[in-house]
Design a protein around this ligand. Structure first.
Ligand code: SF4
Ligand code: F3S
Length: 265
C-alpha cells in the first residue's frame, strides 16, 4: 500500500443471508488478513468483531462519532421499511429498539461514503422478492445521498475489496447508471462469455450440460453487467457458465424476480 492511511469502515449487516461477508472472506490479492491489517480499519462488524452486546453497540456509536465524515459505511442487506422497520432490529436498548432502518439512516448521514455490498443492499434483492412482506428496499431508497452499489448475489470479493481500495487510493470510482463502479459492471457477461461464438452462430444448448450457448436455457448474460467471465470466482478459477449454469443475472436491479424461473429448458 502506498500510504499509511487505512480506510475507517463500519459494516452493518441488515437483511441478507450473510453470503456477502462469506464471499468477502474469500478475497485474494489482497488476502483477508491483509485487508484487515493494512487496508481497512474495521471499526464495527457483527461478523468480524469480538465484542458483543452492549460493548459492541457502544463501539458502534463511539466510532461513528470519532470518525464522523471520514468512515465508509458498508451496508450488507436490504432495509425492511414496513411497520417502521420493525422486521430487522440490530439492537435492543433500555431506550427501545434500534431498527436497521434507524441505524442505516443515522450512520448513512455521518459517513463519507456509503457502500451497498450485495444485491439486497443495492436494490432489495432476494430480501425484497415478491411478495416482500417486510417492505424491504435497497439502501439508496432510504438515504438522501449517493450510495455506491456493489451488487451481486453474493458480491464478488474483488468487486467489494476493489471498490474499497479505489476509495482509499483514488477516491470515488466512476459509476454506471445504477451507481455501480464501471470498472466491474461496465460490460455485460455476454460480451466476454466463452460461449459467445456459439451465440453468434445461433448454436444453442438443447439441455443443461450441453456445450453450446445457454440463451435457450434462460441465460440472462446479455442484459447483466459484470466481469464474471474473466474475473471469475473462488480464487478466480470458475464462474456460472463455465460450470454449465446460465447466468441468472444476480447483479441486476430486478434480481431475482425478473430472472425467475432461473432455468427455462
Ligand atoms: Fe451470452 Fe449466456 Fe450464451 Fe454466454 S451462455 S453467450 S452469456 S447468452
Ligand atoms: Fe451472477 Fe451472472 Fe456472474 S448470475 S455470478 S452475474 S455470471
Amino acid at each position: 500500500h502506498s500510504n499509511n492511511r487505512k480506510l475507517p469502515v463500519i459494516w452493518l449487516e441488515t437483511s441478507d443471508s450473510g453470503d456477502n461477508n462469506i464471499a468477502f472472506m474469500n478475497t485474494t490479492y489482497p488476502y483477508l488478513h491483509q485487508v484487515l491489517t493494512d487496508m481497512i480499519d474495521l471499526l464495527y462488524s457483527n461478523t468480524f468483531m469480538a465484542a458483543q452486546g452492549e460493548d459492541a453497540l457502544d463501539l458502534l456509536f463511539e466510532s461513528a462519532e470519532e470518525f464522523q465524515g471520514e468512515f465508509v459505511l458498508i451496508v450488507e442487506g436490504a432495509i425492511p421499511t414496513k411497520d417502521n422497520g420493525i422486521y430487522n432490529i440490530i439492537a435492543r436498548t433500555k431506550n427501545g429498539n434500534i431498527t436497521a432502518l434507524d441505524a442505516v439512516t443515522n450512520l448513512g448521514g455521518m459517513a463519507q461514503y456509503v457502500v451497498a455490498a450485495g444485491t439486497c443492499a443495492s436494490f432489495g434483492g432476494a430480501s425484497s422478492a415478491a411478495p416482500n412482506t417486510t417492505g424491504s428496499v435497497g439502501v439508496g431508497s432510504v438515504l438522501k445521498r449517493e450510495v455506491i452499489n456493489v451488487s451481486g448475489c453474493p458480491v464478488n470479493p474483488d468487486w467489494l475489496v476493489g471498490t474499497l481500495a479505489h476509495l482509499l487510493m483514488y477516491g470515488k470510482p466512476e459509476l454506471d447508471e445504477l451507481d455501480r463502479p464501471k470498472l466491474f459492471y461496465g460490460n455485460t457477461v455476454h460480451r466476454h462469455c466463452q460461449r459467445r461464438s456459439y451465440f453468434d452462430k445461433d448454436d444453442f444448448a438443447k439441455k443443461l450440460g450441453d456445450v453450446e450457448c445457454m440463451f435457450s436455457q434462460g441465460c440472462v448474460g446479455p442484459r447483466t453487467g459484470s466481469d464474471c467471465p474473466y474475473r471469475q470466482w473462488i480464487n478466480h478459477v470458475s464462474w456460472p457458465v463455465k460450470v454449465n449454469t446460465p447466468c441468472i443475472g444476480c447483479t441486476n436491479q430486478d434480481f431475482p424476480d425478473a430472472s425467475a424461473p432461473f432455468f427455462k429448458p
